[in-house]
Write a protein that binds this ligand. Sequence first.
Ligand code: COA
Length: 358
Amino acid sequence: MEYEEVKKGLAGVIVDNTAIASTDSNGTLIYRGYAAEELAEKSTFEEVAYLVVYGHLPNKKELLKFSNLLNRNSRVPQNINKIMKLLPRNTPAIDVLRSMVSLMPLNGDENDGKLLEIAAKIPRIISDWHRLSKGSAPLRGTAETYAERFYYLLTGNKSKSDARLLEELLILYMEHEFNASTFTLRVAASTLTDPQAAMTAALAAIKGPLHGGANAEILDYLLPMKSTPEARKYVDGKLRKKEKIMGFGHRIYKNKDPRAQYLKERLRGLAAAKGAEKLYNIAVAIEDEMWKMKNIPANMDFYAAICMYLMKIDSSLNTPIFAASRSFGWTAHYLEQVSNNKLIRPSSRYIGMLGMHL
Ligand code: COA
């Protein structure tokens, strides 16, 4: 039988149309027609989430309704908190999030209602678990916006400027067309499983270190570094051993990740404000050396992890924070998949034995 060439990792394979987001190798990221960086700079999280999910920017009434929905649904049911209390305290936050999302009792009838109900609860699940795992009482934020509530829930602080930077970061994390977790969600959705199950599948995929898990590992090598020569030596050593450095490389962005460059600029200001210029210089030295030695650009996780560190966010929460934002992208993709569905079921080339008999 004739088979087509196998495209490992589906690299370069266009598996479906989408009207949600577009990327290209030169470093373009578009959400529903708008550049993601412009949205990060000028819009609120709620505006962009609405745009990604419903395809157009909200008017005042739509925005108010959407913001209220997120606020109203942010509470975690008591039974879910009770289950969390039974878990070993060293359970990774992303595992807790995935498991609690899969068990969450939901009220909504429509798919979008259910998906948004889950998305609205994710910040509290993350925060409640984090506090519980440290033996502290849960925090209860009363701020009006998603980002301010989330920032408070993560840190216990009310800094408006840090909450705004978190908001920009969350906007940039929100959507990325057919990345691994979104594609996983679409495969699940294509079986016509329910939104909650599809969201759980996406949360399983985002955990991996080649995807969302990368942002939790960056500080492990970065923070112990004392100087820029040390940073360059580290890169050279890893590349010589053919080991990967987390926070670098991307399937699509071979020259530049626009989100990383946006956050790099924001980090420069943040580092200056917090007296962390040395850390910024070390990060830039790593980026420069990676580019010089192997032409591999920094990806968003690299600068996001450092920004979150300077905002005093515990790095064990980095991947769940990414998932919190991406859950709005997943919502859009679930709705798009089921609105024009075909079961996703590719073929494989069999390379095992033939003609065996007992
Ligand atoms: N550090 C060192 N080398 C890297 C690298 C990294 N972070 N990312 C890619 N490379 C190298 C590979 O070793 C390979 O080199 P080779 O051709 O000499 O064998 C080459 O670049 C191509 O890498 P490959 O893994 O095949 O590319 P991909 O498109 O399949 O991978 C990623 C994309 C994201 C999986 C990959 O870049 C990676 O593992 N990055 C680290 C994890 C990470 O930061 N993930 C977050 C992504 S937003």
